[in-house]
Each structure stands twice: as C-alpha cells, then as structure tokens.
Design a protein around this ligand. Structure first.
Ligand code: TXA
Ligand code: MG
Length: 561
C-alpha cells in the first residue's frame, strides 16, 4: 500500500496548500482509513475512534495486544459529554488549565464509544493534543481520533515522521509530517473515575503540576516498578514490555556524578551508554547517546526514544543508562528508561564499597576475607551463589544441559566432577560454560550487592573472566611466595608435598593476578595471625581511600565538554 506523505512541517507556507492537505487527511480518517498524525508528545496512529473496523486496523498494523485500549483525541473539553459519562467537575478544571496538552483523562464512557476503542472497558481515555495541524485535522474530520503511539508495539514511540515510516510505512494510508515532537514522551494518563485520582502513566505533564491544581494524586504501582505475574495494572498498556532496544538495558539511578562513575566501572568495548552530556567524554570507546544536560529534562525527554531506537543498528551488546531524578519530567523519563530495562535498575550509591578478591590456593584469601568480615564486610561466595541460582532455575539447568548433555544425574543434580572433566583443558568449552554461568550469575549478584549500602567482598575464582570485576571499586590480588603456599596447603588439606606442588602449579601464577588487579595483598608471613592483622590494616586504608574518592566525585562540579 502507498502511504501518502503530507509534509506540514512548515505551517507558515502556502495557506491553501496546507488546508488542502489537512482536508485530505481528514477525509481519509472519515472514510475509515489510517493516518499517522503529529502531536506535541509523540506521533499517533489515528483512525476514526467511533468506527470499529477502522480501529481494528490500528491493532493489526501495530501488532497491539487486543486488551490495550486507545485514547480518543478531541479538540477540547466541549467534546467530553459526547463520549464520557459521570464527568466530575475536576475534569473540566484540569482541561481548562492543561488542554490542549499532554494530559489524558480516564473517564466513564458513553455507549457510543465502541468496545474496539476501549478494549471492552467501561472507561475511555480522552486527550486534546497541542498541535495545530492535528487539531485542525480532528476539527475537519468531525470525529474523535483514536490514536495510540505510532510505533510497532513494543518499540520506542516515534518522535519523527521518519520513525513512523520505519515502523508502519506502507501499511497506513497517510502520514502527516509536522516536524519532530516538542515533548518527546507520551501524555500523562490520569484516572478520574476514582478518589483521589490515580496516576496510571507518568508523561509530559508533571505530577507536581497537577497536584498543585487538584491536590493529592495516588500513583499506581505499575508506574514505579514491575508488576508480579498475577497483578493487573490499571492502564493495560503498562504491563507490556516496552521501549526496549534489542540489547539488554541497565538503568543506574543516583546523583549524576555517582551514576556516571558506576557506569564507567561497568562498560566494556561493546557497551552502549545513554548519559547526560557532561559525562559523554568519559566513554570514548563506547557507543554514546548523550541525553542532554543533566539539568535539562525537556531535552532529555525529546532525545530519549531516538536514543533507545538508535542502538538497534549499532551492534552494542548491552546498554547502560543514567537516570534523572523523579522530579518534573524526570518521573516519565525514568519510567520509560526502566521499562526499556525490564526494571533492571541499580542504584549508584556513594556509601557502598565493593572489593573483588582473587588469588591462588594457599595464598591466604580466606584469612583476608575473614579480616574484611571483621570490618563489617559481607562476603559473597560466588561458588555458593552459583549453586543456589542453579538449584532454583530450570532455565539455567537447561542451558547447561543443552551444551553439556549428560552432566545432570538421574536425581536432577549437577555432577560437577563430570562437568569439570568436560571443560578441563578445553579452552572453548570452558568459555562456553563461563558464558552460560555468568549470564545467570551476574544479574543475581548485582541484585544482592546493590540491595543495600555497606561493604561487600566478592570472592570469585574467575573474577575477571566473568566480568564481575566491573562491579568492584577495587580488585585485590592475594598473593604469596610459592614455597609458603605449598607448605600451607600441605597442612591445611593434609596432602603430601608432591600433590601440593602440583596443585599450586596447576593454577595461574601470582603474576597473572598481579597484572590484572588494582592492588596486591602479599602474604609472606609465617603466622596466620600476623597476616590477619596485616590484612585488616590493608583493607582499612583501602576502604578509606575509596570513600574519599567517592566523596570527591560527588562534590566535584560537573565537567563540561
Ligand atoms: O501522548 C500520547 O498519549 C500518545 C499520543 C499519540 O497522543 N498516545 C499514546 O497512546 O501514547 P498509547 O496507546 O500508546 O498509550 C495509551 C496508554 C496505554 O498505556 C493504555 O493502556 C492507557 O493509555 N489507556 C488508554 N485507555 C485507557 C483506559 N480506558 N483505562 C486505563 N488506561 C487506558
Ligand atoms: Mg504506546
């Protein structure tokens, strides 16, 4: 199908020509066609909201779930009684102040509004968009225009006509190009059928602005976090995975300096980064999409969806995003980012210190960990977490079984010895196993570590291979002279010297750990007590210098490029 393109970017042009294009678009809509229309928030995919067949086509073209209702776009509050019932006076108060504008009100519907539009609900969403071209089209069409965002379902919303072409071009009858959208995030959805009113979706109109006018507003749970499997959000659209690029997204909250630092620690050469402009230069090797100055949420809103969309063609394997605070437009921006991340959100916190410990057998890692515990540190034993996650996740077990058939016994338990043999001395098999393990282990560890403040010690053999080092403020190599290690494990494990020697030499040399880690804790002491005391002192100093650094990072004025 040919999509007729109406260029109305410059409405200061020929008046007659503009009017003709508006009439043509309105005619298509009246006759049951689909026309993408510009609004101040995002582009909408419009159809006559009173025509069930036309509305059905919207769902087809977008691939939209049937239970997700559409918003009716009208030219002003005078249209409300035609489509809504039991309208509370508050609706008119809000409309007078905020219409035309990015506010969608949920009200009881009139029977005239078809089930196709409301997805069978007894309520309907209504909004008056603030865009002269679209208002003129609706006026001319004389019918309310049902219009969801013009993206294919699941993708970020479209903020330019090019985005619309990319998603649904060729499958709709017309596209009206009104230039890039002014706001860039969708309208705020407010339910007025309950008392107090309830915010179902944060959007272009800040919550605070509405509360100043009408008092307290409840915030629906779906706005702030992901819902459990059985929970139903009040706005059906809020339950769907949305705005998601192909690569997984991690959102980092907290003060901009702290979240930037947190991202710096984590990124690799194939990471993508969404960050505030001031921090863009800190990621010279990554694909960076500057979101705008950290203080300018309007620019952030305008750039957000384009940033999310653009990663799909960039080949990045993971994306980290800085998140603004939740004031003003920040609530909507943060909500869209978190939805794109499937609510995988980490908090950058200056009060948290994470140390990664690694080193060969017999060097004294256990004593060092005990010293850290005595300083209030929480030790995370990665091997134990691995076991726990594996026991609890059939998806994890299946992933291992698919690559290493037969390593699970009849009792369903992993035969670690057999798996060990499968990967022993086979580099690519070991890498394959590591990839699977870390895919499941790293998110779990991240959740455990970032759940609270404090001091954490990650105890992992494969600290670097796993990428877990990226979570750490510092990595510490625990090393010791070879002869001492041999003697220690002879005593510890009650084994002959020859075995002890073999075990030490089968492992990576101290030089490996030394070259990889940020610092070294050398255990040349004959007495465990002495080493324990030395370790405590070492960690006390290390933690102090990390805290000092964090304090500085937070206070330092944002650098500008
Ligand atoms: O800014 C916007 O609102 C854009 C432009 C085009 O106007 N439109 C838009 O529509 O974002 P859409 O369909 O992508 O999102 C509408 C949201 C969905 O989450 C939907 O579930 C919710 O509003 N919604 C619509 N009618 C509702 C109703 N009767 N009750 C509860 N939620 C409703
Ligand atoms: Mg949408």
């Amino acid at each position: 199908m040919d999509t007729i393109y109406y260029d109305l970017r410059d409405t200061k042009g020929q008046q007659k020509e503009i009017e003709d294009k508006i009439s043509a678009a309105a005619k298509i809509l009246r006759e049951g066609g689909l026309v993408a229309i510009p609004t101040e928030t995002v582009y909408g995919l419009g159809a006559n909201g009173l025509d069930p067949a036309a509305v059905r086509r919207i769902f087809e073209v977008k691939g939209r779930p049937q239970d997700n209702p559409l918003i009716l776009h009208v030219t002003g509050a005078q249209w409300l009684p035609r489509y809504c019932a039991d309208i509370p006076p508050m609706a008119y108060v809000l409309a007078r102040k905020f219409w035309p504008g990015p506010l969608t009100m949920i009200l009881k519907r009139q029977p005239l509004v078809p089930d196709q539009t409301t997805a069978g609900l007894d309520t309907v969403g209504v909004r008056c968009p603030n865009h002269p071209v679209t208002l003129a089209i609706i006026r001319e069409a004389g019918v309310p225009i049902a219009a969801p965002s013009a993206n294919v379902s699941g993708r970020p919303s479209c903020t330019t006509a090019q985005d619309v072409m990319e998603d649904v071009g060729g499958r709709i009858d017309g596209l009206v190009d009104g230039g890039p959208c002014m706001l860039g995030v969708e309208s705020t959805v407010l339910d007025l059928t309950c008392t107090p009113p309830r915010l179902l979706r944060p959007g272009g109109l800040p919550l605070e602005d509405m509360e100043r006018l009408i008092g307290h507003i409840d915030v629906d749970k779906a706005v702030l976090g992901s819902l459990e499997e059985h929970e139903r959000p009040a706005a059906p659209g809020m339950k769907y995975r949305h705005y998601a690029p192909k690569a997984p997204v991690t959102v980092i909250t907290g003060a901009p300096a702290a979240s930037a630092r947190e991202i710096e620690k984590r990124v690799g050469p194939t990471s993508g980064v969404i960050c505030f402009d001031e921090f863009a230069h800190r990621f010279p090797r990554q694909v960076v999409r500057p979101l705008g100055p950290s203080e300018d949420k309007l620019i952030q809103a305008q750039r957000l969806f384009e940033a999310l969309r653009s990663f799909d063609s960039s080949g990045v394997t993971e994306i980290y995003a800085q998140c603004p605070d939740s004031r003003g437009l920040g609530l909507a921006i943060g909500n869209r980012l978190k939805k794109a991340a499937g609510f995988h959100v980490l908090e950058a916190d200056s009060q948290r210190v994470i140390l990664g410990l690694t080193g060969g057998t017999g060097a004294g890692k256990s004593s060092a960990l005990r010293a850290l515990q005595s300083l209030g540190g929480m030790v995370i034993d990665c091997d134990k977490v691995y076991q726990e996650v594996l026991d609890g996740s059939s998806e994890f077990q299946n992933a291992i079984n698919a690559q290493f058939p037969g390593v699970f016994g009849a009792d369903g338990r992993l035969n670690r010895k057999k798996l060990g043999q499968e990967v022993f001395a086979k580099k690519d098999r070991l890498e394959e196993l590591n990839r699977i393990v870390f895919r499941f282990l790293v998110p779990e560890l991240e959740q455990r570590i970032t759940a609270a403040d404090g001091l954490y010690a990650i105890d992992a053999i494969n600290l670097f291979e796993s990428g877990l080092d990226r979570l750490c403020d510092r990595t510490v190599a625990v090393t010791a002279p070879t002869e001492l290690r041999v003697r220690r494990i002879m005593v510890r494990d009650d084994i002959p010297e020859q075995y002890a020697r073999l075990r030490v030499f089968a492992q990576k040399a101290d030089d490996y750990y030394r070259s990889k880690c940020d610092c070294e804790l050398n255990n040349a002491s004959e007495s465990p007590d002495t080493f324990y005391r030395e370790s405590r002192l070492f960690f006390e100093r290390l933690i102090e210098s990390i805290m000092e650094e964090k304090r500085k990072a937070l206070n330092e004025p944002n650098e500008t490029i």
